[in-house]
Write a protein that binds this ligand. Sequence first.
Ligand SMILES: Cc1ncc(C[n+]2csc(CCOP(=O)(O)OP(=O)(O)O)c2C)c(N)n1
Length: 664
Amino acid sequence: MNRYLDMVDGPAHVKKLTPPQLEKLAGEIRQELIIGLAKAGGHLGPNLGVVELTLALHQVFSTPKDKFVWDVSHQVYVHKILTGRKDRFHTIRQTDGLNGFALRSESPHDCFGAGHAGTALSAALGMAAARDKRGTDENVVCIFGDAALTNGISFEALNNISHTTKKFIGILNDNEWSIAKNVGAISGYLNKLITNPSYNKLARDFEKFLSKLPKGHIALKLAHKAEEGFKGAISEVSLKQKQQPTMDGDGRGGFGSAILFEEMGLRYLGPIDGHNLPLLISTLEFAKTCDHPIVIHILTQKGKGFEAALKQPEKFHGLGPYDVKTGETPPAKPGTAPNYQDVFGQTMVKLCRNNNNLVGITAAMPSGTGLKHLEKAMPDRYIDVGIAEEHAVVFAAGMATMGYHPVVAIYSTFLQRAYDCIHHDVCLQDLPVIFCMDRAGLSANDGPTHHGLFDIAYLRCLPNVIAMAPKDEDELQDMMFTATHQNHPTFIRYPRGAAEGVPIKEQPKLLEVGKAEVLHNFASNGKRKVALFGLGNLNAIAAKAAVQLSTEGYDIAVVNPRFTKPIDAGTHEFFGRAADVVVTLEDHVLMGGYGSSVLELFADRGITTPVVRIGWPDQFIEHASTQDELRRKYGLTVENTVAKVKAQFSDTHHASKLLGAAVA
Ligand SMILES: Cc1ncc(C[n+]2csc(CCOP(=O)(O)OP(=O)(O)O)c2C)c(N)n1
């Protein structure tokens, strides 16, 4: 069967298609998304929601000259398909395949990379400012979701737009969902905008513009029809009004009520049906002619075209493999260890039941962090602040001053956004906030925007910090329990995915702060001595390397460091002096990480034993299908650990030991 999709290799082809042909292409793209992602998974729901929008954008504008800046950019799959990457689409998020987000190095059509939310408006405004300064005429179009508006940076940019440029096109893609249901006053406000009777009066200049277009009367009819049919569309996408709208029109500018965007000096148009291609195209054509920054509010359905995704927007925001017909995901294999995130969530419930001062805070990630367990069991102890990491941290600091012991459940990579808040609001005031940092390590198929490889380095330089990493899920529980007994900022890092499969004690144990756990000591038999310090999930690699080295005649000690701050100076010094070679292993960059702290300690105490450091190199690690592939590529393996240890005992070993050299 002939498909338009097979004929479309770039944006120029999209421009040649008529609206009915584009409608057909939209259906084909949806099929491509549903079938193409079924094997490896991806952000299906958000992409199904922006098919018409992306087609309309490529009809009206011309990338790479014009700039499309996508917030988060998890919804750029259609854009990738339309900009010469169709044939590689089946490789998305897999080893050597397309990245799951916009990536400058992947295509000139990706003008700005992202993965973290809330950056698009600022980046787009920067581009518009640069364009104005150099006097060129590119269009800059920023596409941001309703949840992006829970993010502070978005508002910092909105505040700045009308003072900076006259030509700026923002598209608010409103589907009422973040990953979970969008929360907060802004989402309530957008709901009011949609349902306010004066919301969608077509502005006179827009009407005039439409009527002048070839076939403009049709577009105008469509627009009016969309206006009339809007209430129906609203209930269809379950954008239901919880209360009667209360916004009063103030008549300013003729665009309806006192619309937030207009108050900020932006022209507001909408809301319009984001699946109505002709209307989208006409509206974008109009926006292109505007000599005033404009925000177009479009309504879309996350998951449109796939029943299962429409019914479960949260699950289909981003998921692994699924059945193309039913959307069912394969059940976990019997005997699979629980995910760290679930252990965290269940432990939160356990701890909260015995401690009235504990509360759990998430920045829009209830499922990803596992805090949904608390939401379900004890909703009064659960707080979702929206995609607002800085706010989450300072908010937690505020609660801590009032005697609460807040637990911020957050991905390591997203905590980066709140660094000053950790420094200035939490650590400087030595407040007892607990940070449970999920995805500390690789998030393989997401790639560099999501790998959590920097937190040890960015935390260990801050005074008052207690930082730890469990070797398994039982120790995660102990560490969370221990954290609740500290009167200082406490951080626990643990990886994505399945834990080790060890039993979890009924009662957690209080750990001694700053004390490592010696899992295996030297046999004192005079053989070549190797001390392996395996931090967190890399303790498993240390243990396996230990077995192999023992069978080859080495005398092995294995230590679980537990704390990266304060590190256990006594235990490290003891093994540093007793061993011929020390090995540190960490799921973190080597630069400034745990191994670095061991080297610093050894330097301070005059210990010259060679240190082999296993960890991630000083570069951004790409995405891949699995964590193991990346570990193999970069040497975070048992084999490489053993090989590096053996190399230390070769002839060069003694020379390097004499020089006290560290070997990375
Ligand atoms: C700083 C940051 N925090 C959290 C996330 C996780 N995250 C990815 S997409 C998303 C929701 C985005 O919602 P919206 O912008 O409305 O787009 P939609 O998926 O609904 O199209 C969240 C919370 C992130 N990417 N970046």
